[in-house]
Every structure is written in C-alpha cells, then in structure tokens.
Design a protein around this ligand. Structure first.
Ligand code: MF3
Ligand code: CO
Ligand code: CO
Length: 271
C-alpha cells in the first residue's frame, strides 16, 4: 500500500456510504467506457487520454494524476507488468493481457477498481491466470462477513491461487479508502500476523485487488521510471480490483460494472 500521510474516518455512516456508492458507481461507468475502446492497435496513452477527458467531462477528478507525482490518469499494466504501468506509446497487441486500473474522486470520495482485459486471442496460460485473478477476488469477497478478520481474504486467495499452480504477490496490497486514496486497513492478499488481528467492521470501505502470477510471486520495480512493477521471472501477472463496503448485512461491491464480467464469468481464449 502506498500510505497517504493522514488517515481519515474509517467507519462510515449513512451519508458517507452514499458518497462512496456514488464514487464507485461513476468509476464503474468509466470502466465500461474503457471497455468500448480497448482493442489491439490502441496505445496505452490513448486509453489514458480517454479516461482523463471522460472523468473531467463528468465533473470528477482522476485520483492518480499527480498522486505521489504519478504522471497519468490511470495505470495500464501489460502481460508481465504486475501493476502501476504508466500509459505511453505502447500499442496493445493481439494476445496481450492488459490490466486497466481506474481511480476517480467524486465529490471528494474515491472509487478504485481494475480489470484485466484479454486482447484478441490469448494463450491458455494467459486466460488461466486472468481467470484465477478474477475468481480469487470474487471468492475473497464471498468469504468475508461483518466482524471477520482481514486474514480471511488472504487465506482464501492463497489457497485458490496455489490450487491452480499460481502465486500471489505480497508487496502490493488492498487498502482502505474514502476521502483518502490509501488508508487503513491494509488488505494483504496473503495471511499475515496483523491481518489475523484486524477486523472488517460495518461501515468500512476497502479494496480487494489480488495480483496473481503464473510463475514466481517475486516483483521487480522499474529502476528508471520508479513505478512500473514487473514479475521478476518475466512470467504473466493478472489482477482484478473492486471497492467494497462492509455493511451490517455483508459486503457490498461498490464498483460493479454493467457490461463487464460478472461473478462466475468464464474467460475465453478468443475475444
Ligand atoms: N489504483 C492503484 C490501487 O489500486 C494505485 C495506483 S497509485 C499510482 O491502489 F500512483 F500508481 F497511480
Ligand atoms: Co486500490
Ligand atoms: Co486501483
């Protein structure tokens, strides 16, 4: 987690929950807009431009732009890039798996989500790692309940990823969010000591965003740009992310799309 300096309120009341619902709803609409344009032949900076303009046109703010000096309005991470890929002149190609991570600020509140898109016809391994990341995220969401420990998330994700022969990234984790982009609680996608003590209480908002690798879990941050994170062995990585509100009834996904893959979706080799 990239830790902001100040952490704000962690348990949201009715009105604050409504603000988070509005932020999640806009952010998911933005993801559906990206979905219409993402295809082989487009550059990642063209996608970034679309994200930037659409967000401003709707009166909102791209949260990543200028965040800790990050230079763009979204992150786009292709193939062996795990996360924080910076949009540039790279052209999407047939067979790529491409994570688009969108965060917007809507009237002061954050929505944060990502999807990995399969471009054209991908290998079996690429489809399998995308499917694993998607299923791990949904299994973790289904496993949590009010008052449960944060470690339920990591236990669920590591067990499923390992069952499929894949590994789980540890250096980058989910996070609380609200008026602040990154705040407590820390949401590791593997069980650690702290997550066994921390509980998910009604009113908490946080992300679940597992990064699943087809080879080693180990990461290699780019030394030149300071952002792009790759798998150390060059194998593939896939990720999905939702913003979740824990209610008294159970988890509520705030960033569900209208047109994207829903829980249970089976990704295909050819798109
Ligand atoms: N959206 C990412 C997350 O899920 C964070 C991106 S921060 C940036 O937490 F600076 F790299 F854009
Ligand atoms: Co996030
Ligand atoms: Co994100």
């Amino acid at each position: 987690m990239l830790q902001d300096r100040k952490a704000r309120k962690l348990l949201l009341g009715h009105e604050e929950r409504e603000k988070m619902r509005a932020a999640g709803s806009f952010n998911s609409q933005l993801m559906d807009f990206v979905r219409e344009h993402i295809a082989a032949g487009i550059t990642t900076e063209a996608i970034d431009k679309l994200v930037h303009v659409y967000t401003l046109d709707h009166g909102h703010i791209p949260a990543t732009l200028g965040y800790l000096n990050y230079p763009k309005s979204c992150c786009i991470s292709i193939n062996e890039v795990i996360c924080h890929g910076i949009p540039d002149r790279t052209v999407l190609r047939d067979g790529d798996i491409v994570n688009v991570d969108l965060t917007s600020i809507v009237n002061g509140w954050h929505g944060d989500q990502s999807e990995t898109f399969i471009i054209g016809r991908a290998t079996n391994e690429a489809v399998a790692v995308v499917q694993a990341a998607f299923d791990c995220m949904h299994m973790a969401i289904d496993a949590i309940s009010p008052g449960c420990t944060v470690s339920v998330i990591g236990e669920t994700i590591v067990a499923e990823a390992q069952r499929r022969g894949f590994s789980v990234v540890r250096e980058y984790v989910g996070h609380g969010l609200g008026e602040v982009f990154h705040q407590p609680p820390n949401i590791p996608h593997f069980p650690d000591r702290r997550s066994k003590q921390q509980r998910l209480l009604p009113g908490m908002c946080f992300t679940i965003e597992p990064m699943i690798n087809s080879g080693t879990r180990f990461t290699q941050p780019d030394k030149r740009d300071g952002w792009t994170v790759r798998t150390r062995d060059g194998n593939l990585s896939a990720q999905f992310e939702h913003t979740i509100l824990m209610t008294e009834e159970g988890p509520e996904i705030l960033t569900l799309t209208s047109k994207g893959p829903q829980k249970g979706h089976q990704f295909q080799q050819s798109n």
